[in-house]
Design a binder for this molecule. Sequence first.
Ligand SMILES: [Zn+2]
Length: 141
Amino acid sequence: MTDNLEKKLEELCKEKGMRVTEQRRIILKILSDSPDHPNAEELHRRVVRLAPSISIATVYRTMNTLESYGLIERHIFADGRARYEAGGSEHHDHLVNVETDEIIEFRCDEIEELQKKIADEHGFDIVGHRFEIYVRAKKRR
Ligand SMILES: [Zn+2]
């Protein structure tokens, strides 16, 4: 895990008068070591390898807490299931492989600019956006 994220967790917990529980630390670390945007069940499978006593309910609860602290991001892609990634990375968008469930991150300045332009034309400032492209492997002909 980036020391940054761990430090942020400590600061935020202190601010809110909460303890940095070992569970929160472990779950955040495993998520930040997971580049694949796992869902809660998958994350739980990884967590119990390190800490067998952490339940799936704890994972769900912790994800809600960490999300409310702004330390992680929740994504709901087309299948409707929440998947997570650690926060703090630069803004990016996602390709979702509908055949394999693989998530590929990308960043495209042209798309960012285009969105600004569209919001602008409608008289708005952008406060955030989500952009997903659903893909499958090209068929060989
Ligand atoms: Zn991502």
